[in-house]
Ligand binder design. Structure first.
Ligand code: CA
Length: 246
């Protein structure tokens, strides 16, 4: 599909007349950091310690849900247990410890270039993540100095994890922008679903094992192989969007 056709499709299903892109709502794990391999490993360890059978692929598929939602879902389906909020919080603490023991996840190649390109184009960069890990959130300021707006949506701000659009709707509200003023950058199917449901033009990046077709199925408007490819394509994409004025 050509870029023009992709844009025309988006305008048709949203009913928008055009764009005025002012903000990018940017996911964290799997977009800014190459951290999903560590997360899935930590989840499997937590489940195995609790006698719950699972594979890492299941946790790639659940990426975007809150930690508490993942724990409740897996303990119910894998052990028939109903987990309380307090228990979920404690178990999430253990998972966080396992995650930290694996070392610092590297910055995703291409992420800095994507952020710089957005900044040069006058597009605000807003973090939208379900993560409640304060250590990771602090790293953002160190690893991407001056590249993020103070406006952020984290796991502390939202009741519902992705695929619920709440995180992206909250990002739009905090940034005081409408859906045709924002792009979403996501790597996971549930995250793409959330971005799509928020009405924003949603960009998928296949930085993990999940194939391109799954991100399109989840509602991605366009999918790039990785953040480097997105960085290379972004200037032309922003120009193409700006040609169709709202
Ligand atoms: Ca992600």
């Amino acid at each position: 599909m050509t870029l023009q056709q992709t844009i025309a499709d988006y305008l048709q299903y949203t009913g928008h007349k055009g764009f005025d892109i002012r903000a990018a709502l940017i996911d964290c794990d799997g977009v800014l950091y190459d951290s999903m391999k560590y997360h899935t490993q930590a989840w499997v360890k937590l489940m195995k310690k609790n006698g719950i059978k699972c594979t890492r692929d299941e946790f790639y598929a659940m990426e975007g849900m809150t930690g508490s939602e993942i724990i409740k879902t897996k303990f119910k389906s894998g052990a028939g247990k109903n987990i309380t909020d307090d228990e979920a919080r404690a178990l999430y603490g253990v998972k966080t410890r396992y995650f930290k023991e694996l070392g610092e996840a590297p910055v995703m190649p291409g992420a800095v270039r994507v952020l710089q390109t957005l900044k040069e184009a006058g597009v605000d960069r807003i973090l939208v993540t379900g993560s409640q890990q304060d250590a990771l959130l602090q790293r953002i300021d160190e690893d991407f100095p001056g590249l993020f707006s103070d406006v952020k949506v984290t796991g502390h701000d939202v009741r519902h994890g992705k695929p619920n659009p709440e995180p992206y709707l909250k990002g739009m509200n905090k940034a005081e922008k409408k859906s045709n003023q924002c792009i979403v950058i996501e790597n996971a199917p549930l995250g793409v679903q959330a971005g799509h449901a928020s009405g924003c033009f949603t960009i998928g990046v296949t930085t993990g094992p999940i194939p391109e077709k799954d991100l399109y199925k989840a509602g991605a408007d366009i999918v790039y192989k990785n953040m480097d490819e997105l960085a290379a394509a972004l200037p032309a994409l922003l120009v193409a969007l700006s040609m169709i004025k709202a």
